[in-house]
Write a protein that binds this ligand. Structure first.
Ligand code: NAD
Ligand code: WQD
Length: 337
């Protein structure tokens, strides 16, 4: 059985479906601090099956031990954590506690129960401001904010565990920019308050919840002056976790893999694609750059194909169509629709 920490969240809920499709049994562990039970209820409808879940906090050893007592856990996919860059600058202790302490408690309980296989949600943020693109896994690492530092430190903690005991099997998946939603339109990204990320902001503008998108910077050294990113469909990303689990038993070292498409799209490319997918106008104005943003970030995804046999299959039109289906069916997200 697979333990999915943070499995009620955006990427976790989509991964539950991919796990089920691939024939893996799983139990979700989540404290619902950034999600709701409703996402799991919807996953149950999609897969037509009840989901095992435990409400608990990864920083609480007793909560976690109860999962190991009640289920035979073989491997862990570790999504649980806080993820807002701006908030991490305001509340560094909360981020270090949740993301670092949480991982330490989780690994301690895993070790105690002789479960030593973990797939960890890392991020392209660990590349800081890359000297060039596309980004390969061996590029220098750095972080510019507490959130990014928690990803870097967690990677180091997991590498140290492997060094201490080669029975550990660790896969570090560095996600680029996850967007999109399940085809059903029943689950998707449901940010609290004003979205920080581009895609939910565009979607909420198209559905009429926001007046206009502020495009952060029009003077970057990119094809149209706006920031370029590697947007990846969350269903492709979910599939990457299945591939990681299928690989994990044969590992001889810590595996670090970019999960991206290899394509860079600008903010304005995304606005245009979303307008096409939704048939709605997305009003925008170009404003000052956002502090800490970089001009360009996109992956070289070739290692993922080589070692995991994984490759993204969905392009930006599908990403936008699926985001729009979720947003237009659920204008107020899960709880308030
Ligand atoms: P999310 O917030 O939707 O999901 C995280 C889940 O973890 C939520 O359900 C939340 O309730 C739960 N959680 C948080 N702290 C917890 C704790 N202490 N104990 C138990 N549960 C807890 O985020 P997401 O977008 O699905 O991201 C999943 C993972 O992927 C995170 O680690 C995130 O940092 C990483 N990641 C996300 C992105 C992105 O842009 N979405 C990019 C790169 C990496
Ligand atoms: C994308 C582009 C913005 C909002 C962040 C984290 C990263 C990872 C993914 C977790 C940029 C522009 C955005 C808006 C805009 N998360 N933008 N107006 O910054 O690439 O990455 O999420 O690991 O760590 O840093 O994603 O979606 O915020 O921004 O113009 O209202 O859209 O400037 O060029 P980012 P994003």
């Amino acid at each position: 059985m697979i333990l999915v920490t943070g499995g009620a969240g955006y990427i976790g809920s989509h991964t539950c479906i991919a796990l089920d499709e691939a024939g893996f049994d799983f139990v979700v562990f989540d404290n619902f601090c950034n999600s709701s039970l409703e996402s799991l209820k919807r996953v149950e409808k999609i897969i037509n099956k009840e989901i095992a879940y435990v409400e608990g906090d990864i920083r609480n050893a007793n909560d976690l031990q109860s999962v190991f007592d009640n289920y035979k856990i073989d491997s862990v996919i570790h999504f649980a954590g806080l993820k807002a860059v701006g908030e991490s600058i305001e509340k560094p202790l909360e981020y270090y506690d949740n993301n670092l302490n949480g991982t330490i408690v989780l690994c301690t309980i895993m070790k105690k129960n002789n479960c030593k296989k973990i797939v960890f949600s890392s991020s392209a943020t660990v590349y800081g401001d890359p000297h060039t693109t596309p980004i390969k896994e061996d590029f220098p690492l750095s972080a510019t904010n507490p959130y990014g530092r928690t990803k870097l430190f967690n990677e180091e903690i997991l590498r140290d565990l492997y060094t201490s005991d080669h029975d550990w099997k660790v896969i570090l998946l560095r996600y680029f920019n996850p967007v999109g939603a399940h085809k059903s339109g029943m689950i998707g990204e449901d940010p609290n308050g004003i979205p920080n990320n581009l895609m939910p902001f565009i979607a909420q503008t198209a559905v009429g919840k926001r007046d206009e998108l502020s495009v952060f910077g029009g003077d970057y050294d990119t094809h149209d002056g706006t920031g370029v990113r590697d947007y990846i469909h969350v269903v492709d990303l979910a599939q990457g976790h299945v591939k990681a689990l299928q690989k994990i038993d044969s590992l001889k070292e810590v595996l670090t893999v970019n999960l991206g498409t290899g394509n860079g799209y600008s903010v304005l490319d995304m606005v245009k694609a979303f307008e096409k997918a939704s048939g709605k106008k997305v009003a925008y104005k170009i404003v000052q750059r956002r502090a800490g943003d970089i001009a360009k970030c996109f992956a070289d995804p070739s290692y993922a194909l080589e070692v995991l046999g994984w490759k993204a299959t969905k392009g930006i039109d599908e990403m936008c169509e699926d985001s729009w289906r979720w947003q237009s069916n659920n204008p107020n997200g899960y709880t308030k629709s």
